[in-house]
Design a protein around this ligand. Structure first.
Ligand code: ADP
Ligand code: ZN
Length: 598
């Protein structure tokens, strides 16, 4: 049956070869064994159960919490000529009857079901009476109470092991840690599963973290210079900010839409659909826009605010470049972000133990921002994976960061906090250090303190960098009162006594930065016009068929067409991503266009 699987890979899906790990996972499942697959976004998890569902007799049941995506997943299967359907709460009773009927007759290869629907007695009764090829439990980390996407319905999925003991199960997730893995195993009662842990690196994503000085302009410049026509996601912390940034970007000619939990379901749906169905749409969102965003050609993820943990950062940036083509994870951050997040953790209603965990996670996130070494190396290390010390595709590798002896500056900053009574914010403290006669300084008599003017040799931007690092590293802490006043932490004692020296990061000046590598696969000049024509054709067909463009063909497939210019059906089939059904449905239209250009 593994020959059969390869046949399906090549003829139905039109792919030349498996991606890493797919072959053995598929063979295992076809042989009827359970498995637990941990693979980063874009690793190609779906194919791991789609092919066995087609090859094994009976219908493959895919359990997923992402109701909003089921329709597109099923359309995408239909374009490959695979008979698939879904059952969830969005369907009418008559539609449900029709699907149940198809299932009973054995006409379906794949059925997507939301867990709450699966667990209804009616559905279980239905499944009792049909042949089941396999169960695929997608987003399997939802079963874990330790994780952050816990869904109570997932806990009840152990019914599958009891009720359908002979049917193989495959649990899939992109979430890594050991504890979650164990929970998935035991909760789903997997039988001696084959564990597949693919590497976590996403080599096509370029990680960049920049100091915030005028965030909107920085974002605008980044988008104009590097992603002028691309689809992407901008993450913000607050709902209101997503709306402001979306309209700011729209005013500057971008197709940008807000998305957050406070918008009506209808608006959210409309914006999400435009993001999926059109090209070059930017979604400006809170973390409400997230799980299961499987649009393959998201070319950038920009963080306008700092995420709360590396787990969140990794998951959010992971939505870029699922198709394996170059993509950028870009972030701006500054001292206000550090202060705000520290305050949020301290002020939260969580118990002390939970706060401790949150502080630890935030420290790890800040650590990534402040390092002078390779970002990717640090990120992978945090997730327990070893990698080379330098990846060549992150900002610190592209523009090595210097360190400087900041001991004296740090002492001056900390004593300035002390002399002014440990209650002022960073802007005022910097004014004192530089020696400005502002009204506030006069009001509080701060021109008389001993630190007034002792830091005039540095500008305010340099001082902000010093304060940011002192707060990030825990030498200074933030006033719980909520006004952003800084206090001295115990950690500063040795520093003040002169018993410790401190090396700081010299934030690179943006105008001096070496240009990063182009973040787009470049088509040679002579293929550009054909590429545009092929994209227009795809756009038209997508609109006619009512599916997102990438469901017709991926960018990589169209680029290969533009470069190799197939002249007939046989040559067309050799393009990666062109299977038999898609050739039949769309081949002629694309061949005609290629013909005009040859
Ligand atoms: P995941 O669910 O792991 O994030 P997907 O299943 O969405 O990943 O696959 C990621 C992308 O890789 C998809 O666009 C898919 O079409 C593509 N893909 C999967 N398998 C192959 C393959 N064998 N060859 C080429 N592309 C593939
Ligand atoms: Zn690097």
């Amino acid at each position: 049956m593994t020959d059969q699987a390869r046949h399906v890979l090549q003829h139905t899906f039109g792919y030349r070869d498996y991606l890493d790990y797919q072959e053995s996972i598929i063979a295992n499942l076809i042989a009827g064994r359970d498995s637990l697959v941990i693979m980063p976004t874009g690793g190609g998890k779906s194919l791991c159960y789609q092919i066995p569902a087609i090859v094994r007799s009976g219908c493959g049941i895919v359990i997923s919490p992402l109701i909003a995506l089921m329709h597109d997943q099923v359309s995408s299967m239909s374009e490959y000529g695979v008979s698939a359907s879904y059952l969830n709460s969005t369907l009418q009773p008559s539609e449900i009857d029709e699907i149940e009927w198809q299932l009973r007759k054995g006409e379906l290869d794949l059925l997507y079901i939301a867990p709450e629907r699966l667990l209804q007695e009616r559905t279980l009764d239905l499944l009792d009476g049909v042949e089941i090829a396999l169960f695929a439990i997608d987003e399997a980390h939802c079963v874990s109470q330790w994780g952050h996407d816990f869904r109570a319905d997932y806990l009840l999925l152990d019914v599958l092991a009891e009720r359908y003991s002979g049917v193989p199960k495959i649990a899939l997730t992109a979430t890594a840690d050991q504890r979650t893995r164990e929970e998935i195993n035991s909760r789903l009662k997997l039988r001696d599963p084959e564990l597949v842990v693919a590497g976590f690196d996403r080599p096509n994503i370029q990680y960049r973290i920049t100091q915030k000085n005028n965030a909107r302009q920085q974002l605008l410049k980044f988008l104009r210079n590097e992603h002028a026509e691309d689809a992407g996601i901008v993450y913000c912390l607050a709902r209101k900010k997503t709306e402001e940034i979306a309209s700011f970007l729209s005013d500057h000619g971008f197709d940008a839409l807000p998305y957050h939990a406070g918008l009506s379901a209808e608006i959210r749906k409309r914006h999400q659909e435009r993001f999926f169905r059109e090209e070059g749409v930017i979604i400006v969102a809170t973390i409400a826009f997230g799980m299961g965003i499987d649009k393959p050609n998201v070319r950038f993820v920009a963080h306008f605010d700092l995420p709360k943990s590396l787990e969140a950062y990794y998951q959010e940036t992971g939505r870029a470049g699922r198709d394996g083509e170059p993509a950028t994870a870009w972030m701006v951050y500054g001292i206000q972000d550090v202060i705000k997040l520290r305050q949020m953790v301290d002020a939260s209603s969580a118990g002390e133990q939970q706060k401790q965990i949150e502080r630890y996670k935030l420290d790890a996130m800040l650590g990534l921002c402040e390092i002078t070494g390779c970002r990717r190396h640090a990120l992978l290390h945090y997730f327990g994976e070893s990698s080379s010390e330098s990846c060549g595709n992150c900002d610190t590798c592209l523009n090595p960061v210097e360190k400087w002896d900041g001991t004296v500056a740090a002492q001056q900053a900390v004593s300035c906090v002390y002399r002014t009574g440990q209650r002022f914010g960073v802007n005022h403290l910097i004014d004192v250090l530089i020696g400005k006669y502002t009204p506030k300084i006069q009001q509080h008599g701060h021109s008389a303190v001993s630190t007034f003017g002792i830091g005039a040799d540095m500008d305010s931007q340099q001082w902000r960098s010093v304060f940011r690092q002192l707060v990030a590293m825990g030498y200074l802490s933030v006033d719980i009162g909520g006004y952003g006043g800084l206090r001295i932490d115990d950690k500063s004692r040795l520093l003040l006594k002169g018993e410790e020296s401190l090396y700081l990061r010299r934030d690179p000046r943006e105008d001096k930065l070496r240009k990063p590598k182009p973040q787009k696969r470049q088509l040679a000049e002579q293929h550009q016009a054909l590429w545009e024509a092929l994209r227009n054709c795809r756009k038209r067909l997508a609109a006619d068929t009512g599916v997102p463009p990438y469901v017709i063909f991926h960018d990589a497939t169209l680029m290969e067409m533009a470069e190799t210019r197939p002249a007939n059906s046989d040559e067309m089939l050799r393009i990666n991503g062109v299977g038999e059904r898609k050739l039949e449905t769309f081949g002629r239209e694309f061949l005609q266009i290629i013909n005009q250009f040859t």
